[in-house]
Design a protein around this ligand. Sequence first.
Ligand SMILES: C[S@@+](CC[C@H](N)C(=O)[O-])C[C@H]1O[C@@H](n2cnc3c(N)ncnc32)[C@H](O)[C@@H]1O
Length: 252
Amino acid sequence: MSRPEHNPKGATSFYNKKEALKYSTNNKMKQTQSILSKRAIQLLQIPAGVNGLILDIGCGSGFSHQKLLREGHLIVGTDINRTMLDESVRHTTNRLNRAKYNSNNNNNNIRNKTYGIADLIESDMGDGLGFRRNIFDGVISISALQWLCYPSKRHKGNNTKKKKKKKKYNSGNDNNVNPHGVEERLKRFFRTLRTCLRKKAKAVLQFYPETAIDCYKICKIANEVGFNGGLLVDYPAHMDGKKYYLVISFDG
Ligand SMILES: C[S@@+](CC[C@H](N)C(=O)[O-])C[C@H]1O[C@@H](n2cnc3c(N)ncnc32)[C@H](O)[C@@H]1O
């Protein structure tokens, strides 16, 4: 089966209005994202009773942070795709309206519950995460990180232009690194993730690697920028059902 990551125009075009609506109204998708994020939250090991500031990278329609919101955490969600973020706003608004409705109808269980708040930012994780130092108590990412293993479609035009220029003016040995190449984007992502994550707090990144090399590359770069931890695989004996979680922290 072809993967969304093979789409020639990238994630911003793949999840167009029709696809984003199809995704966000698909119960199976919702269920899968909820199960994966539940596991990721368990691996975050946030102490009970603590309401933290949690980053959800590639948050899409927001299925992945609904449980965190119900637990009262503050969420910052980022995604490269504005249409997917619009779906997330729609979900959160619906949820709040339902809570309001239930509280108006004197359902005490719901009235006494504290719901978290989500702020959403349109950004490409391969450009780096532009947050201040040590601010997040935990980071999750559900089914998004594998996109960084493919050349950025956003920068395709720029690369071609640069290559043409280089050919014209640069005849000698050329060791220039492509700032939009896969490795550079992964490095920038992990470096900036390390910056904004509190010391000893965890990042749990669930992803779908296409090849063992992708998996190796992700783990190697996370390790090179100073993260401890590694890969956890659920259902390792399943041919197609393996679930990969990179569980890392920076201990300073
Ligand atoms: C399978 S969806 C998962 C969405 C989300 N976890 C949820 O619960 O709905 C993958 C998401 O990754 C986002 N994505 C892909 N490449 C990205 C990038 N470079 N930076 C940020 N988000 C990206 C896509 O736009 C999409 O919303």
